[in-house]
Design a protein around this ligand. Sequence first.
Ligand SMILES: Nc1ncnc2c1ncn2[C@@H]1O[C@H](COP(=O)(O)OP(=O)(O)OP(=O)(O)O)[C@@H](O)[C@H]1O
Length: 266
Amino acid sequence: MALRVDNLTKTYGDTTALSEVSFEVPDGKFAVVLGRSGAGKSTLLRILNGLTEPTSGSVYLDGEAVTNSRSDVGMVFQQHNLVEELSAYDNALTGTLNRTGFVRSLFNRQPVDDRELALEALDTVGLLDESGQKVSSMSGGQQQRVGIARALVQQPALLLADEPVASLDPSSAETVMEYLRETAETRNLTTLASLHQVNIAREYGEQFVGLKEGDVVFDGPREELTAAVLEDIYGYIETDELREGAESTDMNESIQKTDEGLETEP
Ligand SMILES: Nc1ncnc2c1ncn2[C@@H]1O[C@H](COP(=O)(O)OP(=O)(O)OP(=O)(O)O)[C@@H](O)[C@H]1O
């Protein structure tokens, strides 16, 4: 389903976390939210997930205003929030608890076998053979894939991922991102992920929304995500590396350097 965010504003006392944020993500697209720490990424995802109420503004899925229930929005968390003593299968199955929501009833979807859904979801993330394994004995990357499976069992219309690979080593991060992309593609699932690592974001994102102090300062495709745009989004990186990168013809090199700069930011 297509996502439309219309003039979202969120204030906490004197702090404006989001200021009239508007953008659209077409049906089935993989979008990435970029921004330095405090730019408003988590606030945006929390509003989309219904965990936080906006001060003003609206969210639409396929043109329908989403007000109370966000049960059709699946969420993948940085710390995956799984029940470690349960199996991958049982954890995936807990995704059904959040199902049957507003959008689903609106589109009159048929009830399906939850067990089948859980196994299908585990298959999607390459963990069908490990479905009986306790989550506590799995690697960080596998655990995050169980987190994705749990979100899929919800049969979401929109998949959100808040820093899904921030706590993983580069190789596991790649694997998780591959599965996330494949999932979005094969299920035509509109996805919005906040990512800290710019090189990973560039590799997997199709659309990029740059937030800076609560404002949208960029909304465009990969080709337009230049070093100059990144410098605007991450205003604090006034480093020689980034300037060199912006002047370099090798964009990948520049992004790598930008990313290294980011990693030093607490
Ligand atoms: N519950 C809250 N109460 C008060 N201020 C908040 C609250 N949540 C967020 N803020 C403020 O809103 C702004 C945006 O925060 P937010 O967590 O959305 O940023 P972020 O881009 O997700 O940052 P990070 O990458 O560090 O998670 C910050 O100034 C933050 O201090």
